[in-house]
Ligand binder design. Structure first.
Ligand SMILES: NC(=O)c1ccc[n+]([C@@H]2O[C@H](COP(=O)([O-])OP(=O)(O)OC[C@H]3O[C@@H](n4cnc5c(N)ncnc54)[C@H](O)[C@@H]3O)[C@@H](O)[C@H]2O)c1
Ligand SMILES: O=C(O)C(=O)C[C@@H](O)[C@H](O)[C@H](O)COP(=O)(O)O
Ligand SMILES: [Zn+2]
Length: 361
């Protein structure tokens, strides 16, 4: 299946299916004929688990650059190391970078591609469930000690080749983390889909169902990015759960909590906030929290930080204007909107979240 992404700056396709990598690479033969060399940026876990499959599926010559696994690869040091590698390999503006990995590799590689000689082409080959989100839409970034994804660029790939066979080696923790973004896509678009998800064990979906949900998530994202590539308006909806989620993720030290684990906490936080400003009921919030907890999502991290510790990270959210916090809320499931929220109200909701987590079984 092919899903078009018609972003204002650049149009491309997400090719998605089971066992499609070789065929998908072959279908981009013309692009590969135009480039002088190919560098594959990956991480050590991905390369150990799926490097052989990649090598046997890629019909073109390449050199690989293997980064430390996980969030730690989104650092200034690794950004610098990647540029050094490209310079030492004498890469030119005609060289192509392939991001082979999860969101961390994709965000780093995308930013390297955006900045090497002011921009070289790149392809995303996602290897996690989460990366149905991160590989699409052109947000690229590295982290700063003072905030998540603070240094980056909007830079679209030439293509996204999503072979869900690569997901077979994912650890359960990463399956759950990735499913958070699927759940987020359902929450902002479709109550029926969200209900369907909430009736299942989301870490054990069969491959056809998973492929269907990933394609749906990609479509939701692609439609939003087509309307607003650079997050001036509706793209903010894709940030549901991320204002509080990123604060917890940063407080835990990058990699301490998986992105989707932190965002799941942020989603429950946003439901509580949405109760006050829309028609979400406490009954629904409780049911959603029970679904998430019984699926194995960890919520203990909330108790490890005080609101005072999270506050500074909240205020650094990229949606904040001059210190005024903007949250994505839900008028109802499938109807997101953006609202300015006072810090005092954020603190009240933080307290409500802690009560919910300790009182609800
Ligand atoms: N750019 C965006 O729009 C966007 C969207 C969502 C998230 N993100 C970013 O994505 C990152 C999280 O991405 P992620 O959840 O994919 O995490 P990740 O890239 O850190 O991967 C998680 C772990 O799984 C391993 N792994 C990846 N694929 C594997 C496979 N097929 N088999 C075995 N192990 C594998 C990795 O080595 C790593 O240890 C965060 O930095 C987040 O900020 C970006
Ligand atoms: O694509 C988007 O837009 C998103 O917000 C998707 C998020 O899932 C993703 O985590 C993104 O990197 C967050 O962006 P940020 O601007 O809040 O750093
Ligand atoms: Zn996210």
């Amino acid at each position: 299946m092919k899903i078009p992404v018609r972003a204002a700056s650049h149009q491309y396709e997400v090719v998605i299916g089971n066992g499609i990598l070789k065929e998908a690479f072959e279908s981009y033969k013309e692009l590969f004929q135009r480039v002088d060399q190919v560098i594959v940026l990956t991480d050590e876990h991905v390369w150990a688990a799926q490097g052989d499959y990649f090598t046997s599926s890629c019909p073109y010559a390449f050199d690989e650059l293997i980064m430390p696994a996980g969030e730690s690869c989104k650092s200034f040091d690794n950004f610098h190391a990647a540029h050094t590698f490209l310079l030492e390999k004498k890469c030119t503006r005609k060289s192509l970078l392939i991001a082979f990995g999860g969101g961390a590799v994709g965000d780093l590689a995308g930013f390297v591609a955006a900045t090497y000689m002011r921009g070289i082409p790149f392809i995303q080959v996602p290897t996690t469930i989460l990366a149905h989100d991160s590989a699409v839409g052109g947000k690229t970034a590295i982290n700063h000690a003072l905030g998540k994804n603070m240094i980056g660029a909007f830079y679209q790939p030439e293509a996204v080749l999503y072979d869900i066979r690569l997901l077979r080696s994912l650890p359960v923790r990463e399956v759950l983390s990735g499913m958070t973004e699927v759940i987020k896509h359902a929450m902002i678009s479709d109550p029926v889909w969200l209900n369907e998800l909430m009736e299942q064990n989301v870490s054990r979906l069969d491959e056809p169902t998973l492929a269907d949900y990933l394609a749906k998530g990609v479509s939701v994202k692609a439609h939003i990015v087509e309307k607003d590539e650079t997050e001036q308006s509706v793209r903010k909806f894709l940030n549901l759960g991320h204002t509080y989620g990123h604060a917890i993720e940063a407080a835990a030290g990058y990699g301490g909590l998986a992105h989707g684990e932190a965002v799941m906490i942020g989603l429950v936080y946003c439901l509580l906030l949405s109760e006050r400003h829309g028609s979400i009921t406490r009954e629904f919030t409780t049911r959603f929290y029970q679904f998430a907890r019984s699926n194995g999502y960890p919520f203990d991290a909330v108790h490890m930080y005080t609101f005072a510790q999270l506050k500074d990270y909240l205020l650094k959210d990229k949606k904040a204007d001059y210190g005024e916090l903007q949250f994505v809320l839900l008028e109802e499931i499938g109807k997101p909107y953006v609202k300015k929220i006072e810090l005092s109200e954020c603190e009240e909701i933080d307290a409500e979240l802690r009560i919910l987590l300790s009182e609800v079984e």
